[in-house]
Design a protein around this ligand. Structure first.
Ligand SMILES: Cc1ncc(COP(=O)(O)O)c(C=O)c1O
Length: 376
């Protein structure tokens, strides 16, 4: 019996039936790595100020991880590590309110899996982290990207975008790539009017860097708003981006659903133990935060001297406006051995994002920017 022929619109190039929403996804292009640039330019002295990684590197030693590498033939079991206990204590929540992921990226995808499908809708803002749109597309959900006002979230417009099918609102706080914050009061006022059947994901990947007294982590609002889901990461402050570990803090009922879609061995034992050691390394955490403040002030002063506009940041990066394209700046800084993030894909074509680095790195960037501007 002949099989029915599928409608051609659903057919991929090789005749297979890829989902339409997947075909529409533009593959994620990560920032260039130091190794890649070194190979392309044939130089060694390269600094990466592009992906908001910790400029001090990794706080965990090979020695600390050696026993866990030796046990690498066994499947991991994060529950046997002190990680749940430590993170629960850190935030003053119950262990049942936590779920860990292979980076907070995986948590965001798990949230998509529990909330989104082709008949549902999600909301996020313009000029924000690309993962939210990616999750919606993978899940085949429709979405609204709400325009910002002067780069700031337009929370009123986000509320207006809520409809019957809306299941999730994604908000990075502070936002990437602007470094802007939703203040405690504004967040509380917003959450008080979001319907309780809409999940509000507060992506707090950079929360530890916030210095503004106006900030309230969503974690402190969980009792009042059980529809809030906070995501956090070990990739930034804790210097463990390569290990891939992040987590959600939310209501127990939501955690139960997230565990259902979680791959059984999604977080490996080495990453979990690295996270435990990183949490214990108070000196590294303090050094990172102090350096971030110092670097921020230094870069602000350089940018001001150069007459460049920037958005004051609450994170470990600065969004800088340029009199030319971010692509041009990216390419020219690359030639000088400095990798920054061109923000064209964030709909900010004349901007770059600079991760705050170590003193010498910030100085080198300052000199490079100066020579770039003097060339006109
Ligand atoms: C706002 C935001 N959320 C989440 C992530 C992902 O972090 P992770 O390394 O935990 O997947 C990033 C990474 O850059 C980010 O900027």
């Amino acid at each position: 019996m002949p099989f029915p022929t599928p409608p051609p619109i659903l057919t991929g190039m090789n005749g297979l039936q890829f989902r339409k929403s997947v075909q529409a996804i533009k593959p994620y292009v990560p920032g260039k790595s130091i190794e890649e640039v070194a190979r392309e330019l044939g130089v060694n002295d390269i600094i990466k100020m592009a992906s908001n990684e910790n400029p001090f590197g990794c706080p965990v030693t090979a020695e600390q991880l050696a026993p866990h590498i030796q046990r690498g033939s066994y499947y991991p079991n994060v529950a046997t590590t002190p990680l749940y206990e430590k993170v629960a204590e850190l935030h003053g929540v119950s262990e049942k309110q936590l779920v860990f992921g292979n980076g907070s990226d995986e948590i965001l995808m798990m949230l998509g899996q529990v909330f989104l499908s082709s008949d549902t809708h999600a909301i996020f803002s313009q000029h924000t982290f690309s993962e939210y749109e990616f999750v919606c597309r993978v899940m085949g959900a429709s979405f609204t990207s709400v325009p910002t006002r002067d780069y700031t979230y337009d929370l009123q417009a986000i509320l207006y975008a809520i409809r019957e099918e809306t299941r999730v609102i994604f908000l990075a706080n502070p936002n990437n790539p602007t470094g802007l914050l939703i203040s405690r009061q504004t967040l509380d006022a917003f959450l008080s009017v979001v319907p309780d059947w809409v999940a509000v994901v507060l992506d707090e990947a950079y929360a530890e860097f916030v210095t503004s007294p106006d900030f309230a982590s969503g974690i402190s609002l969980l009792d009042k708003y059980p529809n809030v889901i906070v995501t956090r990461t070990f990739s930034k402050l804790y210097g463990l981006a390569a290990f891939r570990i992040g987590y959600a803090v939310t209501a127990e009922e939501t955690v139960t659903q997230l565990h259902k879609v979680r791959q059984p061995f999604n977080v490996n034992q080495i990453a979990a133990m690295a996270a435990v050691h990183a949490l214990d390394n108070a000196a590294f955490i303090q050094r990172t935060l102090e350096n971030n403040e110092m670097g921020k002030r230094y870069l602000y002063s350089i940018l001001e001297k150069l007459g460049l506009e920037y958005i004051p940041t609450e994170a470990n990066f600065i969004c800088v406006q340029l009199p030319f394209s971010g692509k041009l700046a990216f390419e020219n800084l690359l030639k000088l051995g400095i990798i920054v993030r061109n923000l064209a894909s964030f709909e900010l074509p004349n901007a770059i994002r600079i991760t705050i680095g170590l003193t010498a790195q910030n100085e080198r960037l300052g000199t490079a920017l100066k020579s770039l501007l003097s060339r006109g």
